[in-house]
Write a protein that binds this ligand. Structure first.
Ligand code: MIC
Ligand code: SF4
Length: 647
């Protein structure tokens, strides 16, 4: 028998149809996910899609969490939450109310199980890899199909080993580990790999640290990251009163990997990821003294008890010098901090303790001032994400953030303590009363769905024409993130009304005229094209970054390269994802160029874009051949509807 690594084992264990052998790298593999996760920013559209599928009850352990849109200024967010709550009750899901915590934090605490699998409508669903779970992010439509019992197609990834040796020094945290891993693997072009953590250094990170590391694998664009399930996993689950959920998961002796990245934990220093888009992962000491205006300590990445307790130790008896906010990852963590006396320390230090939610991570409050510099412990620092377009947000660990909050400038945390950074241990808080459990089917059947007035039905998308002809609406550079395409922040409330979201927000930070120009072309019967460099669609799983451009008439995007989740979302909304056969051809196309594309030969994978005044540019289909029927039909739900009609 071939020796298998952890990633291969978990893929095989969760493959659809009792597969006995994994396909070769790059070949399709169907996963039957055991668990699914929605949050409230992507969940409404995903739930509306699920409702169109005609399924009575979810087929997975399904968890729906209110965490992103908790500001609730006006009725819209509250309406979405009530819709998601009635949806949970009707279809048999767990529901986590606002304030209970961030989806990935509560999922890790109360639902993640080693050896099982989760797909979530949020790119950081990868967090649960820290529990030895196959954990992936995807667009909401794909998650809804998985909830309805459909398998999910991935490409067999290359398994890259991250071999950890040595041990972390005090003041160097899991956040510093992952920033240094990202420094090695880069932040794009990794969609065909997954990361498996191994080695003697595994003793250093506990489960929440491991989750931090897996969470931010997403920033490298990897398919998923995974740790083995060992005694550390077991004791975490015992603490959460879920000892029965533990099972071991380890690589076979002699298991092999496609590549090995060596990380000596003892060599690592507190690290900063500079603004924007994690540009440069450098030692904090190199930039020490950089003036700052604000500090945010929170997000699903690292707002766990162990990190925030260390923050408490740094703040003990001190005052913050700049505006500082702390948002614990969950009510369980907040209550543990209270029991250990750390909440009192935060308040005494002058910290603003915020809701247990995403909050400032996604510009939902605590936006920095104009041209301000903010240190954040979040995982992303895309342009405009903080809600202030002119502000720079640099990413650091919680203790670096705390030390800098005290001094008012970027500070190596080791300057503020000697020896170990010990903190008070108190038992974890387990309180399942914070959730609404799935209702029994008979009771669920009686639930009446409640839709707010702004929850608009998903649009019906028309099939792909045999010939697309129109105009290049935008010429874009490299690393266009989903925050460039469809920003969140103040626009988050529009997630349930895609038409309005498209009109107000699509590419608004890139070109304020975009949505008007695109709609005019669409209304005149033309088709919208976008051209871009490498890494198009990096970041969030938000499917509105596909749906909204599609509503505005975009039918094809030609780029040097796409990121995984976004490419799938484009197919789900019937948008062609195409790459240049010769990447330098991007230089030959200008914004405003009149273009046309014959789509009848999609199956050949080879296409030609006719550009007026330039000639023909050879293209390749970036999506898989199996996506073609869906794209031709106009998207996943259009295909589903036509199949239902035919049956
Ligand atoms: C993010 O961190 O960018 C988000 C907001 O959580 C997104 C999901 C969304 O856009 O709703 C993600 O990571 O997928
Ligand atoms: Fe929420 Fe930020 Fe985590 Fe996204 S990255 S789930 S916005 S805390």
């Amino acid at each position: 028998m071939t020796a298998l690594n952890v990633a291969q084992k978990i893929l095989l264990a969760n493959a659809a149809g009792g597969l006995k052998q994994l396909p070769e790298q790059g070949k399709p593999l169907e996963i039957q996910f055991t668990h699914t996760l929605y949050q409230d920013a992507t969940g409404t559209a995903a739930a509306l899609a699920f409702e169109k599928m005609g399924v009575d009850r979810v087929k997975t352990t399904s968890v729906i969490v209110v965490d992103h849109k908790t500001l609730q200024v006006g009725y819209v967010d509250g309406d979405d939450h009530r819709y998601l709550e009635t949806f949970s009750k009707k279809y048999g899901c767990w529901f986590s109310r606002g304030g209970n915590g961030i989806c990935h934090s509560v999922f890790l605490e109360d639902f993640a199980v080693p050896g099982k699998s989760v797909i979530g409508s949020d790119s950081h669903t990868t967090n649960a890899g820290g529990m030895g779970m196959l954990a992936m992010g995807a667009g909401g439509t794909d998650v809804s199909f998985a909830m309805a019992g459909t398998s999910y197609k991935i490409e067999m990834p290359k398994v890259v080993q991250v071999n950890l040796t040595g041990a972390l020094h005090p003041g160097v945290l899991a956040k510093d580990v992952i920033l240094n891993v990202l420094k090695v693997i880069g932040i794009k072009g990794n969609k065909d790999i997954c990361l498996e953590y191994t080695g003697p250094g595994l003793k250093s990170p506990n489960v929440t640290d491991r989750a931090t590391i897996c969470n931010m694998g997403t920033e490298g664009g990897v398919a998923f990251s995974i740790f083995p399930s060992d005694e550390i996993t077991k004791s975490y689950l015992e603490g959460r009163k879920r000892a029965k959920d533990w099972q071991p998961l380890a690589a076979d002796p002699g298991a092999t990997y496609s590549r090995t990245v060596e990380i000596n934990l003892s060599d690592l220093q507190p690290t900063i990821a500079l603004y924007p888009r994690l540009k440069g992962m450098e030692p904090v000491s190199k930039h020490a003294g950089m003036p700052i205006d604000a500090v945010f300590i929170g997000s699903c990445t690292n707002s766990n008890y162990e990190n925030l307790a260390r923050v408490g130790e740094i703040l003990r008896g001190r005052k913050v010098a700049v505006d500082t906010a702390i948002a614990p990852g969950s009510q369980a963590i907040a209550r543990q901090l209270a029991a250990a006396g750390y909440l009192e320390i935060f308040y005494a230090a002058g910290v603003r303790v915020m809701e247990n939610a995403c909050s400032a991570c996604i510009g939902q409050g605590f936006s920095p001032p104009s041209n301000g510099v903010m240190l954040s412990t979040a995982n992303r620092n895309f342009e405009g994400r903080s809600g202030t377009e002119t502000a720079a947000v640099h990413l650091v660990s919680p203790v670096t953030a705390a030390a800098s909050a005290v001094t008012g400038k970027l500070t190596d945390p080791r300057d503020l303590f000697k020896g170990e950074l010990a903190f008070k241990q108190v038992p974890p808080v387990v309180d399942m009363g914070a959730y609404t459990a799935p209702l029994p089917p008979a009771e669920a059947a009686k639930v009446v769905m409640r839709y707010g007035p702004d929850i608009a039905p998903l649009p019906t998308l028309d099939p792909l024409p045999a010939k697309l002809s129109g105009e290049v609406l935008l010429k874009l550079g490299n690393e266009i993130t989903t925050d460039h395409i469809q920003p969140a922040g103040k626009y988050l409330s529009l997630r349930s009304n895609a038409d309005e979201y498209a009109k107000q927000a699509t590419f608004v930070q890139v070109d304020k005229t975009f949505s008007t120009r695109a709609a005019a072309l669409r209304d005149a019967g033309g088709h919208g094209f976008l051209v871009a460099g490498d890494g198009y669609g990096m970041g969030s799983s938000r499917e509105h970054a596909g749906l909204c451009p599609r509503i505005l008439g975009v039918r094809a995007i030609v780029a040097k390269g796409f990121e995984r989740i976004h490419l799938a979302n484009l197919a789900n909304f019937g948008i062609l994802g195409l790459t240049f056969a010769n990447p330098s051809d991007l230089d030959r196309i200008q914004q405003g160029a009149k273009v046309s594309l014959d789509t009848s030969g999609l199956e050949s994978g080879q296409l030609k874009l006719a550009v007026s005044g330039v000639g023909e540019i050879p293209l390749k289909l970036a999506q898989g051949k199996e996506d073609i029927p869906m794209i031709r039909a106009g998207g996943a739900l259009s295909l589903f509807a036509s199949q239902m009609k035919a049956a």
